[in-house]
Design a protein around this ligand. Structure first.
Ligand code: NAP
Length: 336
């Protein structure tokens, strides 16, 4: 019997994801029915939001139910098809195929992978990561030439792309990241103007030094103390695309609100949360611009690829310890 390995959510984590919260099980490889296809997953996207989906807090999608396959985005290859729109060998992105080796689905996005645009590009710069950076920064942040843009988790999947787009728009770009190596990468390779290692420096003092004209746009990925430091230095009519709050995802109970909340009033700051799927109707705009920027070498994407579906829960922890640089992905099986 051909086997499908799957990660099942066994119980809701308390704090960090712990052994026993998920269980690796083996089931028969599913058989596609009429209009369906069998997809072998090759790469699995690991995202901070996986931790949110494991919880039963009020969120933007239903939580993963106990006993269900863990939700996750993948890219894979069609192995068998009863759907005339797809044939074996097609590279596809099924909607949330999950943490498993095989999935049966009737719909998926086809991907034109090539030597210049490999499958992994669609998991990073040309995927949800790139779109999150693009729409959050441009649609909400609306950066203007000469403005100062600050981005947290700057060496991560989304943050590294945000900073590069802001540079293209003529801004001064200051990142925050958790190691000197990460800071060197975003400044030397990606063209950020400065990067603050928030684990080593006093963030408020460092932001004052690196943002002498104040902060016009803050692309928020983390929350907590960094948000307070930024709020202290925002300019009149600053914009804060609220993309994520990773410092709070493992919190077991209420977390303190920002102490500098009052500056949102004093400085007439726009703070707007967004979820990238809100922008699905506008995906074409993103693909048009980002494909061009990547092809021209103006935006670089980087992936951090770990091996083996069996390691997914442990690898996911890197998002919370800062162990990843660029987009974190698990390779489940070989590329065709
Ligand atoms: N709204 C949306 O549609 C959407 C879509 C995708 C992602 N997001 C959000 O965007 C953020 C980044 O996601 P990503 O996929 O690009 O992940 P990522 O940045 O590649 O990885 C997460 C990074 O966050 C940093 N981090 C972790 N805990 C932190 C803390 N307590 N304080 C400061 N930094 C911390 C770590 O880097 P350091 O070494 O620098 O600490 C880690 O590498 C997350 O908040 C995520 O939920 C939102």
């Amino acid at each position: 019997m051909a086997v499908n390995r799957q990660w099942i959510l066994k119980k809701r984590p308390v704090g960090d994801v712990a052994p026993g919260d998920l269980e690796l099980v083996e089931t028969p490889v599913p058989v596609p029915g009429d209009g369906e296809m069998l997809v072998r997953n090759i790469y699995l996207s690991l995202d901070p939001t996986n931790r949110i989906w494991m919880s039963d807090m009020d969120q933007y999608m239903p939580p993963v139910e106990i006993g269900d396959v863990m939700r996750g985005g993948t890219i894979g290859v069609v192995e068998a098809s009863n759907n005339p729109a797809f044939k074996p060998g097609d590279i596809v992105q099924p909607a949330m195929a999950g943490w498993q080796e095989y999935v049966v689905t009737s719909a998926a996005g086809k991907v034109a992978a090539s030597k210049d645009t490999p499958m992994l590009a669609y998991m990073s710069g040309l995927g949800g990561t790139g779109a999150t950076a693009y729409f959050g920064l441009l649609d909400i942040g609306k950066p203007k030439p000469g403005e100062t843009v600050v981005v947290s988790a700057a060496a991560g999947a989304v943050g590294s792309i945000v900073g590069q787009i802001a540079k293209l728009k003529g801004c001064r770009v200051v990142g925050l990241a958790g190691s000197d190596d990460k800071c060197k990468w975003v400044v030397n390779d990606l063209g950020f103007d400065a990067c603050i290692n928030y684990k080593k420096e006093n963030v408020l003092e460092a932001l004052r030094r690196e943002c002498p004209k104040g902060i016009d746009v803050y692309f928020e990925n983390v929350g907590g103390e960094i948000l307070d430091a930024v709020l202290t230095l925002v300019n009149l009519e600053a914009r804060i695309p609220l993309c994520g709050l990773i410092s709070m995802y493992n919190a077991d109970g209420p977390v303190p609100g920002p102490y500098m909340f009052r500056n949102i009033l004093m400085k007439r700051v726009l703070v707007k949360g967004f979820i990238v799927i809100d922008y699905l109707p506008r995906w074409g705009e993103f693909m048009r611009d980002m494909s061009e920027w990547i092809a021209a070498g103006k935006v670089k994407w980087r992936v951090d690829v770990a091996q083996g579906l069996e390691n997914a829960p442990e690898v996911m922890q890197k998002l919370f310890t800062g162990g990843n640089t660029g987009k974190l992905v698990v390779q489940i099986g070989p590329e065709p």
